[in-house]
Design a protein around this ligand. Structure first.
Ligand code: SF4
Length: 332
C-alpha cells in the first residue's frame, strides 16, 4: 500500500504534532500574550496518536517527525517515542524542538529510540534571543544542543529563520559557530504561518540572499541528490561541513513533497498550507466502530486526503490565502 497523490508523489513522512502548547513566544509565530490554546480534551491521547501512526505505517509511512507547538512540554513525550520505536516495523523517529527541555530529556529520548533532533535557534546573542522569544532562556537552548550531541542524536540540525534587519547580520557567525561545534545548520525562509497574520514578503531574507551572505566568507558547493528533502545542501569550503537552505517561498520544493501532517487535535493536513483538513479525531472517538473498522476508516481518510492534495502551496499566486491555523497549531 502507498499514499500516492494525483501528481505521483508517494508520501512516506508523517509530521505528528503532539501539542499546540509552547514555552517560547517567537515573534514570527505568536504574540507574547498568546493563550488561545486548543481545548485539552481535543488533544489526542497517546493511544489515539498510536492508532493513527500504526495505520499510517501500514499505509507506507516510514518516518515520523514529532512536532508541536513544543513537543517536549508534553509529559508523555518519551513514552510516545518508545511506543513508536516498539512497533513491529518501526519508522524512523525524529523530533523538532526549541531545546529548552532537551538538557533534561535528550538521553531518555535517545534511549527510547529517538534518532535525531531539529532545533530551532535564530540567534547566538542572549539579549536578542530574549527580544525574539520573550523568554530569557538562551543558555537552556545551548545546554540542550550539547545534551543532544552527547546523547548521540546525530546529526543535530539547527534551523534558523533569518529576518531582514533583525538577525540577518548573524548568518555568517551562525555558520562559523555551527561548524566549530558540530551543528548541522539550515536557514529557513520565513513563511506566512504566523498567528498574527502579519507576514510580509519584504521582511523575508530570500534563499539567494542567504547564499550570497554566506559566500562573503565561505565557498558553497551544491551537494547533488536532494530527493524530497526540503533543504538544498551545500559543502562549506569543500567540506566536510555542510549548510542547508530551505527556500519554501522563493524556490518551492512541492513537486517532490512526501509529507503529510497530523495536528495535535486530530486533523489531517495534506500540506503545511492546506486550507482544508480531514477530521480523524471523530473517527478515533466514534463508539459505534470496532477497532478494525476504525483502522480501516483511518486508512481511507489518509488515502482520500492524499488524493486531494494540491500541486503546491500557492504562496506566490495572487489568490494565496494564509491558512487559518497558525504554525504553532500545525507543527514544523
Ligand atoms: S508547502 Fe505543502 S506541498 Fe509544498 S513542500 Fe510543504 S507540505 Fe509539501
Amino acid at each position: 500500500m502507498s499514499l500516492t497523490d494525483t501528481y505521483g508523489r508517494v508520501h512516506r513522512d508523517l509530521r505528528v504534532s503532539v501539542t499546540d502548547r509552547c514555552n517560547l513566544r517567537c515573534t514570527y509565530c505568536m504574540p507574547p500574550d498568546f493563550a488561545d490554546w486548543m481545548p485539552g480534551d481535543h488533544l489526542l491521547s497517546i493511544d489515539e496518536l498510536m492508532t493513527v501512526i500504526e495505520v499510517a505505517v501500514g499505509e507506507g509511512i516510514v518516518s515520523i517527525r514529532l512536532t508541536g507547538g513544543e513537543p517536549l512540554v508534553r509529559p508523555d513525550i518519551v513514552e510516545i517515542v518508545r511506543r513508536i520505536n516498539a512497533l513491529p516495523v518501526p519508522p524512523r523517529v525524529t523530533l523538532t524542538t526549541n531545546a529548552l527541555k532537551l538538557a533534561e530529556l535528550a538521553q531518555p529520548l535517545a534511549d527510547a529510540g529517538l534518532e535525531r533532533v531539529n532545533i530551532s535557534l535564530d540567534t547566538l546573542d542572549p539579549e536578542r534571543f530574549k527580544r525574539l522569544t520573550f523568554r530569557d532562556r538562551f543558555d537552556d537552548v545551548i545546554a540542550g544542543v550539547e545534551a543532544a550531541l552527547a546523547a548521540g542524536l546525530h546529526p543535530v540540525k539547527v534551523n534558523t529563520v533569518l529576518m531582514r534587519g533583525v538577525n540577518d547580520d548573524e548568518a555568517v557567525p551562525m555558520l562559523r559557530h555551527s561548524i566549530e561545534n558540530g551543528w548541522h545548520l539550515r536557514f529557513i525562509e520565513q513563511m506566512p504561518l504566523d498567528a498574527q497574520g502579519s507576514w510580509d514578503r519584504s521582511e523575508m531574507v530570500m534563499a539567494a540572499e542567504i547564499h550570497d551572505l554566506l559566500e562573503t566568507e565561505f565557498t558553497l558547493t551544491p551537494v547533488p541528490g536532494r530527493g524530497s528533502a526540503p533543504a538544498e545542501e551545500f559543502l562549506v569550503d569543500d567540506g566536510p561541513a555542510t549548510v542547508g537552505i530551505i527556500a519554501s517561498v522563493s524556490k518551492p520544493f512541492c513537486s517532490a513533497c512526501d509529507r503529510l501532517r497530523l495536528t495535535a487535535d486530530g486533523q489531517l493536513r495534506n500540506c503545511l498550507f492546506a486550507r482544508d483538513e480531514t477530521d480523524i479525531r471523530a473517527t478515533l472517538r466514534d463508539p459505534s466502530l470496532t477497532d478494525e473498522q476504525r483502522r480501516e476508516r483511518i486508512a481511507g481518510l489518509l488515502a482520500s486526503s492524499t488524493l486531494a492534495k494540491l500541486p503546491g502551496h500557492g504562496i506566490n499566486d495572487p489568490s494565496f490565502i494564509q491558512p487559518d491555523r497558525p504554525m504553532s497549531a500545525i507543527g514544523g
